[in-house]
Design a protein around this ligand. Structure first.
Ligand SMILES: Nc1ncnc2c1ncn2[C@@H]1O[C@H](COP(=O)(O)OP(=O)(O)OP(=O)(O)O)[C@@H](O)[C@H]1O
Ligand SMILES: [Mg+2]
Length: 460
C-alpha cells in the first residue's frame, strides 16, 4: 500500500485514477491544480505523486521544482498527452521517475504505481536502517573518560560535518573502525553507503578489481562487469583499513582518484565521476613506510589532512572502568543477564593489565565473564584465566647479554623457528608471530629465506 497524491485539472480523469488505485489498496488524495496538489503533498507526505504535465497555474514540471525539502522525496510520475513526450522527458531530467501517456491505460497505471511503491519502500527501509545505524554509532556511544580520548573525540566532532580525508592511527583493537563509522554516520553523508576494505587481507592482484571494478574482458576470467568499491561508495564513505599494506601501483591510482574525483574501471574506456570521502586507517607508522619507499609520500600527505591517533588502552587506563561497565551492559542485554558490575578487586586486575589486544580484547574478556558468571557481580575468578600476558607464558624468555644482541639475527631466528614450527607454510608462520602475511613475506625476502618456490609458501 502506498500513499498517492493525484493531480489533474480534469475532474473525471482524477476520479478514474482514484477508483483504480483504491481498488489496488492505495490511499489516494486528489487535487485539481498544482497549487492544491502542493498543499496535499505537504499535508500527507505521499510515497507517489501522479501529476498532469499541463495545468492552469503551476505545471507538473514547476511542481517538481517546488517540492518541499523532504527526507525522502515522493516518486513523481508525470501524465502527459500523446505527442508531448519531449516535455515528459524534460520532466524526467528534473527528477520525475516515470511518465504515463494519455489516454491512460488501467494496467499501465497499476503496474507503474506498484513498481514505484516497491522502490520507495526499499528506499524507506534503507533509510530506516541507516538511521538505526546512526543511533548505534553516535559519538555519545563511544566510551571515553580519559583526557586523550576526549581530545580525540573533539577532533572527530570537528571533522564530521566536512568531507576531509582522515587518517586514523592505532594499534589493533583500539577502535579505528568504530571511529570511522562514527564520522560517517554523524556526517551529512550518513544516508549514503559506508564501505570497508581491508588492504592487508586482499591479495595484491585482486585489490584493484575490488576498488575500481572491471569491464567484461578486462582480464582472463572477467566475464561480467563488476562495480568497484569506489563507485559503490558514491555519496558515502570508503574506509581503507590497513592502508600501509596497499601496493605502490595501487597507491598511485588512488592518489589520482583523490585528485580528479573520478575513476575508471579496469578495462574501461570512460571515466566515472565519484563523490567519496576517504577515511584510512593503519597500525603502521606511515612516515617510516614513506622513508623506506614502501608508501608514496604524496599520497601520505593527501591522506593526512586530519590525523586521529587512538592511543593503546594501556595509555588510557582511566577508560577501563567505564568500558567494563559498557560491555557488561551490552552483554547483559545479549545474554539476558543482570550483572551489575565487576568487583573492586576485579576492576583493579582489569586496570592493571596491559591489554596487548586493546579494547577488542577487553570486550571479549567481559563477554566471556558475563556469559560464565552466575552471580550479579563479576569476580576475579571470572576473568583471571584470560589475563595472562605472553611473557608469563615464557614465549619471550630472553636474557640480553652484557655485550647486547643483534636484533636482526634475533628476528631472523624467530622467522626460521616459526617456519619450522608451521611446516614451512608461510601464512601459518606469519600467524604464529602475529604478523600480516605481507609483513612476514617481506621479512622472508629480506633474510633470503624465501626459497625457490614460485607460490612462495614453501621454505627450502
Ligand atoms: N571507545 C569505545 N567505546 C566502546 N566500544 C569501543 C570503543 N573502542 C572500541 N570499541 C569496540 O571495540 C571493538 C574493536 O574496535 P574496532 O574494530 O573499531 O578496532 P580496530 O582498531 O579497527 O581494530 P583492528 O585493527 O583489529 O581492526 C569493537 O567492538 C568496538 O565497537
Ligand atoms: Mg579494524
Amino acid at each position: 500500500m502506498a500513499v498517492v497524491v493525484v493531480i489533474d485539472d480534469e475532474y473525471r480523469q482524477v476520479e478514474i485514477i482514484r477508483t483504480i488505485l483504491e481498488e489496488e489498496g492505495h490511499e489516494v488524495h486528489t487535487a485539481s491544480s498544482g497549487e492544491e496538489g502542493l498543499k496535499l503533498i505537504n499535508q500527507f507526505n505521499p510515497d507517489i505523486v501522479l501529476s498532469d504535465l499541463k495545468m492552469g497555474g503551476i505545471s507538473g514540471v514547476e511542481l517538481l521544482d517546488a517540492l518541499p525539502d523532504m527526507a525522502l522525496k515522493p516518486a513523481f510520475i508525470i501524465m502527459t498527452a500523446y505527442g508531448t513526450i519531449s516535455s515528459a522527458v524534460e520532466a524526467m531530467k528534473k527528477g520525475a521517475v516515470d511518465y504515463l501517456t494519455k489516454p491512460l491505460d488501467k494496467d499501465v497505471i497499476v503496474h507503474k504505481v506498484r513498481e514505484s511503491a516497491e522502490k520507495i519502500n526499499l528506499q524507506k527501509e534503507n533509510k530506516w536502517l541507516r538511521y538505526e545505524l546512526y543511533d548505534k554509532f553516535k559519538i555519545e556511544g563511544i566510551v571515553s573518560s580519559s583526557k586523550k580520548m576526549e581530545e580525540t573525540l573533539e577532533i572527530v566532532k570537528k571533522v564530521t560535518p566536512t568531507s576531509v580525508t582522515v587518517l586514523i592511527y592505532g594499534e589493533s583493537g583500539t577502535g579505528k573502525e568504530l571511529i570511522a563509522r562514527a564520522i560517517h554516520y554523524n556526517s551529512t553523508r550518513r544516508t549514503g553507503p559506508f564501505t570497508v576494505i581491508n588492504c592487508a587481507a586482499i591479495p595484491d592482484n585482486l585489490i584493484e578489481s575490488e576498488l575500481f571494478g572491471f569491464e567484461p574482458g578486462a582480464f582472463t576470467g572477467a566475464t561480467h562487469r563488476k562495480i568497484g568499491l569506489f563507485e559503490a561508495s558514491d555519496k558515502g564513505t570508503l574506509f581503507l583499513d590497513e592502508i600501509g599494506d596497499l601496493p605502490l601501483l595501487t597507491q598511485t591510482k588512488i592518489l589520482r582518484i583523490l585528485q580528479d574525483k573520478e575513476i575508471r574501471r579496469l578495462g574501461g574506456k570512460n571515466s566515472i565521476k565519484v563523490d567519496v570521502r576517504i577515511i584510512a586507517a593503519t597500525n603502521k607508522l606511515l612516515e617510516k613506510e614513506v622513508s623506506t619507499g614502501r608508501f608514496r609520500e604524496d599520497l601520505f600527505y593527501r591522506l593526512k589532512v586530519v590525523t586521529i591517533e587512538l592511543p593503546p588502552l594501556r595509555e588510557r587506563k582511566e577508560d577501563i572502568p567505564a568500558l567494563v561497565k559498557f560491555f557488561i551492559d551490552k552483554y547483559n542485554q545479549e545474554f539476558g543477564k543482570r550483572i551489575k558490575d565487576a568487583s573492586e578487586a576485579a576492576k583493579k586486575e582489569l586496570t592493571d593489565y596491559l591489554w596487548p589486544g586493546n579494547i577488542r580484547q577487553l570486550e571479549s574478556v567481559i563477554e566471556r565473564a558475563v556469559l560464565m558468571c552466575d552471580k550479579d557481580i563479576i569476580n576475579i575468578n571470572d576473568i583471571k584465566s584470560e589475563l595472562r600476558l605472553p611473557q608469563e607464558e615464557g614465549i619471550l624468555d630472553i636474557n640480553i647479554p652484557d655485550s647486547g644482541i643483534n636484533f636482526e639475527e634475533l628476528e631472523k631466528t624467530l622467522i626460521k623457528k616459526a617456519m619450522i614450527k608451521s611446516n614451512n607454510i608461510a601464512t601459518n608462520a606469519a600467524k604464529l608471530l602475529g604478523m600480516s602475511y605481507k609483513t612476514f613475506w617481506y621479512r622472508l625476502e629480506k633474510f633470503g629465506l624465501k626459497g625457490n618456490s614460485s607460490k612462495g609458501d614453501i621454505y627450502p
